[in-house]
Ligand binder design. Structure first.
Ligand code: ADP
Ligand code: FBP
Length: 308
């Protein structure tokens, strides 16, 4: 089974306005509420690829009920640890540009944290774990390495999509792949990455620290996948960008779906990028038909192949 871990789920409250002015009264033309948070988005897009998963993490209050209900409607299994506070509501403003305000999340007690970690003891080496997104303020960030350590000890393949320190804390446990975006990669190494070769060099540094593969997402410029023997670049079509929230998570889901179905690596990568771009071109996360249509429009180029 595939398990997605969202320590800090959210309702994503997306507000479309024709214009947005800071410090003024703005009115939204259309609003949406989506069940979000990185791992949850991965579970939702995996479902579009006909891949089942169980969503784990902490959930609470009325936003938590909404999220559970939405996932149930989509036949996505959940096994959340219930907490007393309200799961956060993240605001996504869509004017002429995109602005996001992500909240910090509810308090989690030590008992609840221990309850969550105990759940991981049931997992076996046939499972795949995706750990993604921020950690609620009351949990120590070392929870990421605790999860990764448990996966490594049990020979469980795991994938990580998280910011700087969280990502760095799991590399020595050898994640199957990690998915930084370009800004996160720049942030990690404290330098601007001005061309593909600089991006590949930084990705290789993450591999030297333990990551088996690195998928660097580049927004509208596509993505680069770096493995021990291969560097692939994906280009995406130009289209009307509607809402990029969840694009990165969709990318992770596409890659995991391909890997879980033992597809050739290039096909996994194409599925990943088609999923991310299809999401950028829709209000909510991409649906299967959006992804299928996009698959044909992704161009993959081999930048390097090392024959061993
Ligand atoms: N403006 C865009 N046009 C087309 N595809 C996009 C756009 N923004 C994002 N994507 C797709 O979504 C993927 C992930 O986007 P990115 O912004 O890099 O990740 P994250 O959401 O993690 O910051 C990209 O690799 C690309 O496939
Ligand atoms: O846990 P974080 O880092 O605050 O991110 C949570 C937010 O990221 C999302 O998962 C979207 O992430 P991406 O746009 O990177 O795919 C939203 O659903 C959610 O509001």
């Amino acid at each position: 089974m595939i398990y997605t871990i969202t320590l800090n789920p959210s309702i994503d409250y997306v507000m479309f306005t024709s214009q947005f002015e800071l410090g003024a009264l703005n009115r939204a033309a259309t609003t949406y509420k989506f069940a979000g948070g990185k791992g949850i988005n991965v579970s939702r897009v995996l479902k579009e690829h006909k891949v089942d998963s169980v969503a784990l993490g902490f959930i609470g209050g009325f936003p938590g009920e909404f999220i559970k209900e939405e996932l149930k409607k989509n036949s996505i299994q959940t096994d959340f640890v219930e907490v007393d506070g309200d799961t956060r509501i993240n605001v996504k403003l869509k004017g002429s540009s995109e602005t996001e305000i992500n909240a910090s999340g509810p308090d989690i007690t030590k008992v609840q944290e221990a309850q969550f970690l105990r759940q991981l003891e049931q997992l076996t080496n046939e499972d795949i774990v995706i750990i993604a997104g921020s950690v609620p303020g009351t949990i120590d960030p070392s929870i990421y390495s605790k999860i990764a350590e448990r996966c490594k000890d049990r020979n469980i393949k795991f994938v990580v999509d998280a910011e700087k320190t969280l990502l760095q804390s799991v590399l020595n446990f050898k994640p199957e792949f990690v998915k930084p975006n370009k800004v996160e990669l720049e942030d990690m190494f404290g330098e601007k990455l001005t061309d593909d070769s600089a991006i590949v060099d930084s990705a290789r540094k993450l591999m030297a620290q333990g990551a088996k593969m690195v998928l660097v997402s580049l927004g509208g410029d596509g993505a680069i996948l770096v493995t021990q023997s291969l560097v692939l670049k994906a280009e995406v079509p130009k289209g009307q960008v509607i809402n990029t929230v969840g694009s990165g998570d969709s990318t992770v889901a596409g890659m995991v779906a391909g890997l879980a179905n033992n597809e050739p690596l290039e096909d996994c990568f194409r599925r990943a990028i088609a999923s991310g771009t299809a999401t950028a071109f829709t209000e909510d996360l991409a649906e299967q038909h959006d992804i299928d249509r996009m698959l044909e429009q992704i161009t993959i180029t081999k930048l390097l192949e090392v024959n061993r």
